[in-house]
Each structure stands twice: as C-alpha cells, then as structure tokens.
Design a protein around this ligand. Structure first.
Ligand SMILES: O=c1ccn([C@@H]2O[C@H](COP(=O)(O)OP(=O)(O)O[C@H]3O[C@H](CO)[C@@H](O)[C@H](O)[C@H]3O)[C@@H](O)[C@H]2O)c(=O)[nH]1
Ligand SMILES: [Mn+2]
Length: 742
C-alpha cells in the first residue's frame, strides 16, 4: 500500500464481548444445575416403585441436552464480534484497479420476473467502476428467450441510463427503485439550480424510456420452449451498430454477456453451483477478470461503490494474499414494518456474520460477495504444471487452461470471424458434459455436494487457509426481495436445512473434515450452521411430551416449591435476555422478540424437520437433491396481507397439518391443565406443564386466529383444521391411555 493511510479499519465490539462472555458463563452454570436435576432422577431408587415413566424423562433430558449443545455452538459467534469501515477514496487511480466479472443468476422466468432480473443487470452495469473493467454475465438456467430478449432491451436502455447516472451522480442505480422514489433524492448530486432544471427534464425523458423498456420486456411472449433440453446459447449483447458507434459503446458501457448452459434431461446440472462453474469457465476465456462479484437475480446494487469497497480489502497487501472473498450482507427492499416472517435475517447478518468476521471470516453466502477467481482453482493451477495433469482437473479446453495463467484478457468477441472461434470455445465450455471426468464441482469451482453450495464451498476454502471479511454498512450495498408468505419461507427453509444438514452428516462435517487450517471457534460456528436445524427434534418433544403427560397428570418438571424450579425459570429468563439484548444492539423493534420465536417454532415443526429428514434420505440414496428457486413475484393481494402483518397460510398440507395438530393438542392440554388446577388443585405440581402450552399458544396465537377467526383468503382452510384435529386425536389418544390416570 502506498502512503500510511489504511484502506480499512476494524473495530472490536468490546462491550458486547464482555456481556456475551459473562452471560455464557452464567447460562452454562444454570444448565449445569438442570443436568444435575435430570440425571439424579435416574439414580432414584424408587422410580420403579412410584411407577414413574422413564421414557418421557429421557426424551426431555436428551432434548434439553441437544438444545443446549446447539446453543453452546452458537456462542462462538458471540465470542469476538467486529465491524469494519472502508475508505474507497484512498484507492489507487481507476487505471490501476483490477477488473471484475459480475455473475448474475436466474433460473425461472415465471418465479423470477424478467423485468426484476434486468433491473439487477442494469444496476450492476451502472456501478461506479471503470466500465472497461466491468463485465456482466447473466446465467440463465431457464434457457428462456424472454430473458435473452430482456437482455437486448436492457442493453438499449443502458445506453441512456448509465450516462444519466454518471452525469447527475444518481445513487440509486437500479432504475425501478430510482423511478419509484421522489425526484429530489438528497444523496444525488444535481449541481446548481440551472442544472437542476436540466436534470428534471432529463429525468422525465429517462422515465419515458424506462416505461418503454418495461413494456418491451413484459410484452415479449415466448413460443413454447423446453428449458430443460437445449444446447448452450451464448450471446455477447451489442446493440445495432448503426444506432451508436461501437467504440462509443465501449467507452461508456461494460460488457454484457448472456449465457445459457447446455441442459439435457439425462444429465445432472447441479443447480446454482453448476451455473457458477459454467460462468467461471466461460468468463475465463472471455474476460478472465481476477475478481468475481456474484449476485442472485433479485439482488440489485443499492450502493454503486460496493465494488470499490471490496477492493479496499483485496488491494490491501497486508491481507490480500490469503483473502478469498469479501462478503456483503443480504438485505431486502421489501421488509414490512412488522417483519412477521423474519425475512430480514437479522440474527444471521447482524450478529452471526459479524462474529465470524472476528474469527477467520464469514461464510460464503451465495450472493453479494467479491471473490478472488484463483481461490476457486485450487493449488494445482501452478505455472509450469503438466498440461495433461491440468486437463484432468480443468477439462480439455486449451483456451481455458491458458486462461489460468493469464491475468486479464483483452475482450475479443464481437460476433465476427476469428472471435467466432472463441464463442465456439465458450459454448463448448458451457456444454453439459464438459465437467465430466474432471475435478469441477469436487476440487475446482463451486462444490456440487450440497444444495447449500455457497456454505460448503466457503467452508472448504477456509479449511485450506483462505480467509474472508464481512462488510456491512448503514447503507446496504445490495438489496433483494425477502420472502413475504409462509409457503416461500418454509420451502426455502426446507432447502436450506436440507443442504446444511447434508454437509454436517457427510465427510465435510465441520468437526472432522481435515486437514483444516480453521480455528476451533470458527469450526464451532460452521458446526452450528450445519446442525442447528436439528433443534427441530427437541422442539417437537417440547410441543408434545409435557402436554401429553399433563393430560395424564404425570409431572415431568420440578414443582413450584422445589428449589430446582428456579433453575428452569432462570434459563428461560436468560435466553429471553440474550435475544432481547441482541435485538436492542441491532436496532430491531422489540416486537421482533415474538415474531422471531414464532418463526423459530414454526420452522422447527415444519421446514427444519423436513429438511433434516431430506438430508438423511439423500445420504442413504433414497432421494435426489432438488432446488426450487424462491418465488420473487409480488402479488398485490398477498403483499397487502403481509404489510398488514397477517400470515398468509396458503401453503401445502404438509406444512399446515403439523402446525394445526400441535396447536390443537396444546389447546386441549392447556384447558385440561386449568381444569385440573381448579378441580384437583395440583397446579404446584404441574405448573411448568401448564405454562409450556400456554407459552406456545401465546406466541402462536396467529395460528389460532387463522384456524377459527379469520375469514380472508389467507386463513387456514377448515378442512385442514378438522383433518389435523382428527389426526392429533388418533395419534395422541393411545399415548394418553397407556398409563392410568391418577
Ligand atoms: O438451478 C438453479 C437454481 C437457482 N439458481 C439461481 O440461484 C439464485 C438463488 O436462488 P433463490 O431461489 O433466490 O434461493 P435463496 O434461497 O433465496 O438463495 C440463498 O440460498 C442459496 C442456497 O440455497 C444460495 O445459492 C443463494 O445465493 C442464497 O441467496 C437465484 O438467482 C436463482 O436464479 C440457478 O441459477 N440455478
Ligand atoms: Mn433469493
């Protein structure tokens, strides 16, 4: 680095460190007493005599231990949280900046509206970075003409949009976001008053052009096409040469390339990891930039300086040699005031990733990262290596092998003569068999093993000694669309947990995979992420066992007068205190306390259970992996429900039935508990078991509302309520009647 001014600084959150560590100590102490209480039960001589059932005790004990274990792993995130500040103004001159390939992924024009995808493309093209050093690639796994047409339209609009953004210092470079905000954004730099009028008239002109663009994108209809069976299609998007001189284009616009890899029904395509590897190869022979910015199709650039921010780390000679990627948070533009689905991912991006950043670095998070290309190539790509050996790793393309040792490549494709060869090579690199018998997906590029490809790939990078940094700023660098209905939330949650657990129970298990250069605390964090979905097992137990035994009048917790009762109370308070503290320091509204617990419970009962089962079934070969892209279409009626804070229960029976059945069971046992308290007068003995269903129902009141009060379309259908009530009776009745009431 030139001069003495640092490009970035890092602050340790000292107060949080002290608070978290002391809290961890106290909480562990309390759990120690709980373990003593549970364990001593088994050493009582009179269990048999009293006829007390040991199975529920054992289940509760194991549940408590498992939940505690997961919690303990989670404390590693709280060990040393840090945050960072960058100084992009101290970066070297533009001509010294390295070039960047931007990868944008889309898979399904029905779930991912083309206009939205094009807005992401435009926002990336308009980033504040030298345009000749920016190459934007769109991977279209849908293989859709609608998307290709959208790209051509986006290119035409970009020719107006990008100069406009530059001239007036526009900050919101995603056109949709820009035109839906008022004209006088204070962040923009309009110059003096005279030019403000000029600005207004140009803005009007641009708005008309945007509307025309929108119309062209939306009105394009596809003649039937099968997105799952087609050859690779690669097109360097360039306007009509007569419209604007090519050279002029080049000086103002970054390159834009459409890539739809070959797909054949008989050939696995490995979802997003496969798409990423295709883009790595294709871009390798086309632009071969040393850095890659990856974006999901809904994640538009909200801060045009994000690429420069990332360069503050990549160009810092003190850390750059081992730095694999800079991760930005996933933030969303559509989170309602009441974030009832917890789609803001508060804890992940404001607590956990900051904690990882204080250890060896954050987890690779699929989108919003700037990664060093060579980190994905492994250590085999050494200069002087045997070319035949290299082909075993990277496949047969000579052009691609050459690219491994060339740092950047002048852009040559323009659709004519010699460059046509390069386009042919690129198509070859995008063919579905290219990776066969190579190390792509195993040791090179993104790994295919899990649908949580980002998590797994980042994990293996860090095991090899690569580091990462996390940069979260007050102004989000990227904004995506968060989920706004229960169905999308639970479908996505099922995929995530299946992908994560799959890693945990494989040879990649964070605790055993090696040799690993990762610190123990970092391993705990990775272990937490792989195993936390298993909290579904304890939660299923807590939602059923105390309730069933309350119905039978058998106590499973200490009575109020027992001194161990206070331990259970303390553990509850301690957990709530930790969550409240974290909501407080991350600036969340206090009601999140309830929303987050509700979603925590709902996901345990549904998506985490299914995801975990899925992972085990895949492991034994009973199921194939699947990746259903999250729906990004906004439906007015459904968005209204979301903004009102009402759950949209239109989802499958598979998700609703267990929720309704457990709410029914808990209601039943709460009523019986209250009845017993009045008639039998054993509230002292059964207090905890009455309190648990009470707490569950209080947190999940909206489910009761959805079952019996709401009349709108988003309610829970009566048929499901009846079905689940019957189901819960059939399943639970035998358990209740096995032991005599006394
Ligand atoms: O076969 C596929 C499936 C998906 N995608 C793209 O992958 C991105 C992420 O998919 P999305 O449906 O939005 O999934 P999310 O659950 O929201 O994604 C999170 O989780 C994924 C792993 O499960 C990561 O890949 C993502 O980056 C991360 O944002 C989207 O742009 C898709 O178009 C593909 O390119 N090919
Ligand atoms: Mn997404």
């Amino acid at each position: 680095m030139e001069g003495s001014q640092p490009l970035h600084i890092c602050h340790v959150h000292k107060a949080s460190v002290i608070i978290h560590r002391s809290h961890t100590f106290l909480h562990v102490l309390a759990v120690g007493f709980l373990v003593y209480y549970r364990a001593s039960f088994f050493f009582q001589n009179d269990i048999k005599n009293k006829g007390l059932p040991t199975l529920p005790w054992l289940l509760l004990f194991v549940s408590e231990l498992l939940l505690f274990f997961i919690w303990l792993l989670g404390q590693a995130f709280r060990w040393r949280p840090v945050s960072r500040t960058v100084f992009p103004e101290r970066l070297p001159e533009d001509d010294k900046l390295p070039s960047i390939d931007v990868f944008i992924f889309t898979a399904d024009p029905d779930r991912e509206p083309t206009l939205q995808v094009m807005n992401t493309v435009l926002s990336a093209m308009a980033m504040d970075y030298p345009p000749d050093k920016l190459h934007v690639y769109l991977s279209d796994d849908g293989g859709s003409l609608v998307t290709l047409n959208g790209m051509r339209e986006a290119w035409k609009f970009a020719k107006w949009w990008i100069p406009f953004c530059r001239k007036f210092g526009i900050q919101k470079r995603c056109p949709e976001a820009y035109f839906s905000a008022p004209a006088n954004d204070d962040d923009d730099d309009h110059g003096d008053f005279g030019s403000f009028n000029e600005f207004l008239s140009e803005r009007e002109k641009l708005k008309e052009k945007y509307q025309a663009f929108e119309k062209n994108v939306k009105s394009f209809k596809e003649t039937f096409e099968d997105g799952k069976d087609h050859p690779s299609v690669i097109e360097v998007i360039q306007g009509n040469p007569n419209e604007l001189k090519e050279q002029e284009d080049q000086s103002i616009l970054p390159r834009l390339v459409y890539v739809s890899r070959e797909k054949r029904p008989s050939h696995p395509h490995h979802f997003k990891a496969g798409a990423t590897n295709t883009l790595l190869r294709v871009s390798g022979v086309m632009s071969n930039s040393p850095y890659i910015l990856a974006l999901d199709c809904d994640m538009y650039c909200n801060d045009p300086t994000s690429a420069r921010q990332a360069m503050c780390f990549h160009l810092d000679l003190n850390i750059s040699s081992s730095l694999a990627f800079v991760q930005f948070p996933q933030r969303f533009h559509n989170i309602a005031r009441k974030d009832i689905y917890e789609s803001g991912l508060r804890s992940t991006y404001s607590i956990m990733w900051q904690g990882l950043d204080g250890l060896d670095g954050p987890v690779l998070s699929g989108t919003g990262f700037v990664l060093k290309r060579t980190s994905l190539y492994g250590s085999f790509a050494q200069e002087g290596a045997d070319p035949m050996e290299l082909k075993k790793y990277f496949g047969p393309s000579n052009e691609f092998i050459k690219s491994l040792f060339q740092h950047t490549k002048s852009y040559v494709v323009n659709g004519k003569d010699s460059s046509n060869e390069l386009l042919q090579e690129a198509k070859f690199l995008a063919s579905c068999t290219y990776g066969d018998q190579t190390k792509w997906g195993e040791e090179v590029g993104f790994l295919y093993y899990s649908v949580a490809e980002d998590y797994l790939t980042g994990f293996t990078l860090q095991c090899k000694g690569w580091t990462s940094v996390y940069l979260s700023s007050a102004k989000p660098q990227f904004l995506g669309s968060g989920v706004t209905n229960l169905n999308d939330l639970l479908t996505q949650g099922t995929r995530w947990s299946s992908g994560l657990v799959e890693v945990g129970i494989s040879k990649f298990c964070p605790f055993f995979y090696g040799p690993s250069k990762m610190s123990f605390l970092e391993k705990m964090c990775y272990g937490y992420l792989s195993f936390f979905p298993l909290y579904c097992l304890p939660l299923w137990c807590f939602a059923t066992i105390p309730q069933l035994y309350l119905l039978k009048g058998i106590p499973l917790y200490p009575e109020v007068s027992n001194s161990f009762f206070i331990i259970f109370v303390l553990i509850l308070i301690s957990s709530l205190a930790q969550q409240s503290y974290e909501i407080l320091i991350t600036g969340g509204p206090f009601r999140s306390l309830i929303y987050e617990q509700r979603i925590w419970m709902i996901k345990a009962i549904t998506s985490h259970l299914y995801g975990t089962l899925d992972a085990f079934m895949e492991r034994i070969g009973m199921r194939a992996a699947s990746f259903v892209p999250t729906n990004k279409v906004e439906n007015d009626e459904r968005v209204k429900l979301y903004e009102k804070g009402a759950y949209d229960f239109r989802t499958s029976k598979m998700f609703l039935a267990p929720l309704v059945a457990l709410v029914t069971l808990n209601t039943g046992s709460l009523l019986v508990g209250i009845g017993r308290a009045i008639l039998v007068g054993d509230l002292d003995k059964m207090f905890v078991q009455v309190f648990i269903p009470f707490y569950i129902l209080a947190i999940n009141y909206p489910i009761i509302e959805g079952m019996v009060i709401r009349k709108d379309k988003g309610r829970i259908p009566t048929s499901i309520t009846i079905l689940s009530a019957m189901l819960s009776t059939i399943i639970f009745l035998p358990v209740v009647s096995r032991y005599p009431m006394y």
